[in-house]
Design a protein around this ligand. Structure first.
Ligand code: ZN
Length: 496
């Protein structure tokens, strides 16, 4: 049945969105509340809904309608942008033959199981053959997507439209030397930060009330969201009117605080998407890199600044009385403790990108055949020794630590670093417009910062491509200059 006009096409988008939202809600429930007995039934239900959504969206009449309607709208209009985004989504989802999708999904669940076992027993050999197959699948995937210069481009583009391996190589090239030097400066400073007072058994209610208060102050709208607890914190969107965040309770008090601030950054972006684009392809954030720039901006640039620590300290003392006498300087240093470690997800702001760079370089070598999968552990350890100055003591804390490759998410890691760099690029522009941001933050006036981000980024949803949006806001392309300068100044001051 053909789709006659733009409104009818939008109706189809609403239907696809309703099924997608139901799946997202089930996933949120699974991660926050679902009893373990429901696992099998739930995954079957999610599988069916996902298939129905896929069929509704990738039906021939949708592709036909997009093709037919596109020339009837100005490319710069909202309708034109919606059709462009829908076409990109449609093309990405219809590029892979059904047999390939099935093979990848079957291999992913086998690979996941193999990875869990291999990590548990610290036995890379157990995972090696499946991982090799996973990289073969990734190469095929890149061929289906298509690319101009590098096989990596076909994978990365799915996560970050228009980004290429050449961009990443340039990005890490500028980042590598100054970061390695900064890490060395910090470790050799002889003044390690002490975060021991932040580790303890903290009251859970206090953690949840304290962090919800912070999220609210930053501008998170609790009438259009809520915070729950999940082992791996995330943000999920069921519509512009319902964007939820999660956090976790750990012995290290900063885990809960910065999980909340990170997810609040994602949520502010989603809540700031225009209401009239709700449930259409234009709703929400434009790419993983831009999204991550928003979470990192609130978590690291705002949340780990001295101004913020000064503002937060009395509140922290109210909820956690044993910390009431901790000085601003001690708290600021504790929160910005830098120390090279094996595990990416526990890494600090300074060393984080070195973890990502290692993975990017290895992915490229594995995809181009420069490195054989069986030689991965050795290559991994050599890079950690070179970049971080530490050699993993086992593969479990080395090349077996991340879940990504076992899920077939190859070509995804650089978006984390893109987020870090962009957060500083956007912040530089924001400071040019708003002036003394430290003064605002130290008074707890986050409104102007939130409003600036809303105007420049949030309100555009997915309307502009990531590259166009970056150009529009910063006047340039993604680069490491602001990041290197900002991070260097901050941490050299802390560790001098
Ligand atoms: Zn994030």
């Amino acid at each position: 049945m053909s789709i006659s006009n733009f409104d009818a096409l939008k109706t189809r988008f609403y239907e696809v969105n309703a099924l997608g939202t139901a799946t997202a809600l089930m996933d949120w429930d699974q991660q926050c509340y679902m009893p373990s007995g429901a696992t099998e039934g739930r995954s079957a239900q999610v599988g069916i809904l996902s298939r129905l959504a896929h069929e509704l969206f990738t039906a021939d009449e949708v592709g036909e309608a997009i093709e037919r309607l596109q020339p009837t709208f100005d490319a710069d209009s909202v309708e034109g942008a919606m059709l462009r985004v829908a076409k990109r989504d449609f093309d990405l989802r219809t590029k892979f033959p059904a047999a390939f999708v099935e093979r990848k999904s079957r291999l992913s669940s086998e690979a996941h199981e193999a990875w869990v076992q291999a990590r548990k027993s610290n036995n890379f050999a157990k995972f090696c053959p499946t991982l090799a197959e996973m990289f073969e699948i990734a190469k095929e995937e890149a061929e289906y997507v298509g690319y101009k210069d590098h096989v990596y481009d076909g994978l990365l583009d799915q996560y970050e439209e228009g980004a290429t391996a050449a961009d990443c190589t340039a990005m890490f090239e500028t980042l590598k030397q100054p970061t390695v030097e900064l890490v060395r400066f910090i470790t050799e400073s002889g003044k390690p930060a002490d975060d021991s007072r932040l580790i303890g058994k903290w009251d859970r209610n206090a953690q949840s009330e304290f962090t919800e208060g912070i999220a609210k102050e930053l501008g998170y709208d609790f009438d259009r969201g809520r915070q729950d607890i999940a082992p791996h914190p995330f943000c999920t969107t069921f519509g512009t009117g319902d964007v939820r965040i999660t956090t976790r309770y750990e012995d290290h008090l900063t885990s809960c605080l910065y999980s909340t601030m990170h997810e609040t950054g994602h949520a502010l972006y989603e809540q700031g998407s225009p209401m009239e684009w709700d449930r259409t392809p234009l709703q929400g954030g434009v790419s993983l890199g831009i999204h991550e720039s928003q979470s990192r901006l609130w978590e690291n640039i705002v949340g780990r600044s001295q101004a913020f620590v000064g503002w937060m300290r009395p509140r922290l003392g109210q909820y956690f009385p044993t910390l009431a006498d901790m000085s601003e300087t001690d708290l600021y240093r504790a929160i910005n403790k830098v120390s090279p470690s094996f595990i990416r997800v526990e890494a600090d702001e300074v060393t984080y990108n070195l973890h990502v760079m290692t993975r990017f370089e290895l992915e490229c070598e594995l995809l181009t055949g420069k490195l054989a999968v069986k030689d991965l552990p050795e290559a991994w350890n050599a890079k950690y020794t070179e970049y971080l100055g530490i050699t993993p003591t086992s593969d479990a804390v080395g090349c077996l630590q991340d879940v990504h490759w076992s899920m077939g998410s190859i070509g995804y890691f650089p978006t984390y670093t893109m987020g870090n760099l962009l957060s500083y690029q956007f912040w530089t522009k924001l400071q040019e417009d708003l002036g003394d941001t430290d003064a605002l933050i130290s008074r707890g006036e986050f409104g102007p910062i939130h409003a600036w981000l809303k105007e420049k980024i949030y309100q555009h949803g997915r309307r502009f491509s990531p590259k166009d949006l970056v150009k529009q806001v910063t006047g340039t392309t993604i680069n490491a200059d602001a990041y290197v300068a900002g991070l260097g100044a901050k941490y050299r001051a802390i560790y001098s």
